[in-house]
Write a new protein. Structure first.
Lengths: 461, 357
């Protein structure tokens, strides 16, 4: 089997040390056909990465397809993880670099799987479309001269809109591959970046590529989307600048944070009375998502603890319906936050109104008293929930991948074989199956890779 | 929130079966409530000292009937529907408040007929048929003599208002006072009754509390015009004898007022039928009867006077018999035992709330 793999991979040149294996022909733009991988992992977040590593370490050839410019998913952007308060980036980056350098792993970033169809009992054909990055990654030294030269400033989506970036940019400081990219939608094609690039790696003639690849098994690790709080206008997100989302607060707290301190976006003031609104878009049938997102209670408690450290004088209040601290060490973590002085108030926030000075008035019923209350805070963090990433729905063509009633990937045997889906040979890992935290995602990825390995051994010998 | 219903420190017994009773009054899914308080927080009438509707949802879920009957909160809600729109559990707190108003109307009514009519559509329909038959029977007994019919109609209006008011409505308001003030043991000095009486009339004729509801100015205005139109029409027909008068002023006044009533009710009936707004999504038969009969009242009164002025009523007696039927059904079914009573209970609730303060 190993020999077969090497043969199959013969026209792929592993460019070790540059982080990415580049199949021949990518630079020329011609489609690649008839390369066979043992496994295709869709999504290079923490679950996809973990599953790919497990497969690769067992000797299988793995293709990882990531739609973003960098691998690492959402976890690489986080500050710390609960309940251990370990640095999230410090856990993710070694993993990311291991994935990137692994001889058995091929990564396509800025790529999407358009279609997968079964051609035999143990073989799928996948069509992968790679968007042009307009930068030859293998030549880019990430010197950032193009960033300095670029005259176009836009909102930085990797910092969740807290700051700006250029149209020629390196996604974020710890991204992988660490290489520039051109945001062609906002680019004015002035050519300034091309002129300053010392290695001539910027190439505006790059075209989208479509590749047809053969794989034996597929692991779906497409992760989740965050609920858009603009769908709840009564919370004023998007209208009031000092109402931010939890991921924005993650960026403010992260080691690679944009402001190097905690500031409220409206006027740059250091906040000293911060409110957390839990269950924004979770457990709420009125916005179409009746289920619990499982992570918001704990990430809010984590952020509250980090804030107490970053702003020792600040008051932090968490408005909740129920605190769900169900995992290992979670209840102790919750009690620790209480002990540190975080206020916990039972009651869902009904409305948020802004005052002229940018402060916010939160209206809620204090459930323990049975009374309507209004309280003033100078910054509000919306703990928005987890929604399914339903882009995976239609890629399987005729043989549809069954989803559960909430549009997460359905598990046909959740208890006995949690990674199995409605399609034989297609497994699922991480939050693609439903909301879960990081340890559970990694466990789930372990299960998916174990199932995939067992499948490969049984079917391809 | 006080969950201890009785004064003698005995804990009230919870009664989970109470939701079955409330369902008959039209409540929907309120037991899905998970007590987040979102409804109270989005309600623009809810205040720190007077928070609802979650409290009423809780009392209903526990079946604490004494506390519910002692509460004025159902009447203090003017049903904008925001609580139901934003309820994360789709527990319909707004419709619960509406069904509590129906339930309370039934509890205040000493005859017990309100409850019977609210809970049973066949009984309601039978009552409408029975009154229709009685009108036909009476018309037949006077050999469809228009003069006698008109005379009886006018006489009936006066007698009905007096009797219903004295025998049904006044005792029921007294029972409301007993349940909300006396029984819960609230001490109110007599002078306060006199001092606060203004509140009663202000709310009776303006419904100004409804203005506190969000995005509700137009609904309030429509309702206000309807109330004024209805009361003026009543006054024109009963006191000014619209159908018998020769005064041009009274004739025109009657036309205007009856037109107001049936034109405005078209919108009310329309939105009840379309069920688009939160308020009308769960309309009960009693709500439909109320607006439809109000529409018939305005329209048939208008047509009768028109037929008189065109001098064709004598050859079209059916028109007056139709009007008389609507009138009798209105006066004997809808006013004493139907939704009409909210006119009294809402304004008295504001009065009693002032007394409690």
């Amino acid at each position: 089997m190993k020999e077969k793999n090497i043969q199959d991979n013969a026209n792929s040149v592993p460019l070790q040390g540059l982080g990415v294996n580049f199949p021949l022909g990518v630079r020329g733009g011609s489609p690649i056909k008839n390369i066979t991988y043992d496994a295709l992992v869709i999504g290079a977040g923490i679950a996809g990465g973990e599953a790919a590593l497990n497969l690769a370490n067992t000797g299988y050839k793995v293709l990882v397809v990531e739609k973003d410019l960098s691998v690492g998913g959402k976890m690489i952007m986080l500050s710390k993880v609960f309940p251990t308060l370990d640095c999230s980036a410090c856990i993710t980056t070694p993993k990311v670099s291991e994935i990137s350098r692994h001889p058995n792993i091929t990564i396509f970033t800025e790529s999407e799987v358009n279609n997968i169809h079964r051609v035999s009992e143990v073989e799928f054909v996948a069509t992968v479309r790679r968007r042009p990055r307009y930068v030859h990654v293998e030549d880019c030294t990430s010197c950032q001269l193009c960033e300095k030269a670029c005259p176009v400033s836009v909102t930085d989506e990797y910092q969740y809109g807290l700051i700006g970036r250029k149209a020629a940019f390196i996604p974020f400081s710890i991204c992988s591959p660490k290489a520039a990219a051109i945001d062609i939608e906002n680019c004015t094609l002035c050519g300034a970046c091309e002129k300053v690039c010392p290695t001539n790696c910027i190439d505006f003639t790059m075209q989208p590529e479509e590749m047809t690849l053969h794989v034996h098994t597929v692991i779906v690790a497409t992760g989740f989307n965050m609920f858009d709080p603009k769908k709840m206008p009564r919370y004023g997100f998007g209208e009031y600048k000092n109402v931010i989302t939890a991921l924005q607060m993650e960026r403010e707290l992260a080691p690679t944070r944009p402001f190097n301190t905690i500031l409220r976006p409206g006027d740059g003031k250091m906040p000293d009375k911060i409110a957390y609104v839990l269950c924004v878009g979770s457990r709420d049938a009125s916005v179409g998502n009746p289920i619990c997102s499982q992570i918001c209670c704990m990430y809010s408690i984590k952020q509250a603890q980090l804030l107490m450290g970053a702003l020792p004088m600040a008051d932090v209040t968490i408005y909740y319906i129920n605190i769900r601290s169900f995992g290992k060490g979670f209840e102790e973590f919750y009690q620790q936050a209480k002990g540190m002085g975080v206020n916990f108030v039972k009651g869902k926030i009904g409305r948020i109104k802004a005052k002229e000075n940018g402060n916010l008035i939160l209206r809620y019923e204090d459930i323990n008293e049975g009374r309507l209350r209004e309280s003033e805070h100078d910054m509000v963090v919306l703990a928005n929930g987890v929604l399914p990433n339903d882009e995976v729905n239609n890629i399987f063509g005729k043989e549809k991948l069954k989803l559960d009633q909430f549009n997460f990937v359905g598990q046909t045997d959740m208890l006995a074989s949690p990674a199995r889906t409605s399609m034989e040979g297609v497994f699922v890992a991480g939050t693609a199956t439903g909301p879960m935290d990081i340890p559970d995602s990694i466990l789930s990825a372990g299960a998916a890779s174990a199932e995939a390995i067992s499948y490969l051994i049984q079917k391809t010998v | 929130m006080c969950l201890c219903g009785s004064k003698d420190n005995k804990m009230s017994k919870i009664n989970p079966a109470f939701n079955k009773e409330l369902e008959k009054f039209g409540s929907v899914n309120f037991n899905a409530c998970y007590n987040c308080g979102n409804c109270t927080a989005v309600c623009s009438l809810s205040t720190e000292d007077n928070s609802f509707p979650r409290e009423m949802v809780r009392l209903s879920a526990l079946g604490l009937e004494d506390d519910i009957q002692a509460s004025l909160k159902p009447w203090e809600c003017y049903y904008c529907g925001e609580c139901s729109t934003h309820c994360p559990q789709e527990a319909n707190p707004g419709e619960l408040m509406m069904s509590l108003r129906r339930y309370l109307t039934a509890k205040y009514d000493w005859t017990g007929l309100s409850g019977l009519l609210y809970k049973s559509l066949p009984v309601s329909l039978a009552a409408f048929v029975l009154t229709f038959v009685a009108v036909l029977f009476f018309a037949n007994s006077v050999s469809y003599d228009l003069e006698k019919l008109l005379h009886f109609g006018h006489l009936f209006e006066g007698i009905a208002i007096g009797t219903i008011g004295l025998l049904i409505l006044m005792p029921n308001v007294a029972r409301m006072w007993y349940l909300t003030i006396l029984k819960p043991g609230i001490k109110v000095p007599v002078s306060k009754y006199a001092k606060s009486i203004g509140e009663l009339f202000v709310h009776m004729f303006t419904q100004k509390r409804a203005l506190g509801c969000d995005d509700n100015q137009f609904r309030w205005f429509e309702h206000f015009i309807l109330v004024i139109g209805y009361l003026s029409l009543l006054f024109t027909t009963v006191a000014l004898n619209w159908f018998g008068t020769s005064s041009l002023f009274v004739v025109i006044l009657g036309y205007v007022m009856s037109a107001i009533v049936f034109v405005v009710t078209v919108d009310f009936v329309g939105s009840r039928m379309k069920k688009k707004k939160e308020v009308s999504k769960h309309s009960q038969p009693s709500d439909i009867f109320f607006v439809v009969w109000l529409f018939f009242m305005g329209l048939s009164a208008f047509m009768v006077r028109l037929f008189i002025d065109l001098d064709i009523l004598d050859s079209n007696k059916w028109m007056y018999i139709f009007h008389l039927t609507v009138l009798v059904q209105w006066a004997l079914i809808i006013v004493p035992f139907g939704k009409w009573t909210h006119f009294l209970y809402r304004s008295f609730a504001m009065y009693f709330a002032k007394l409690k303060n």
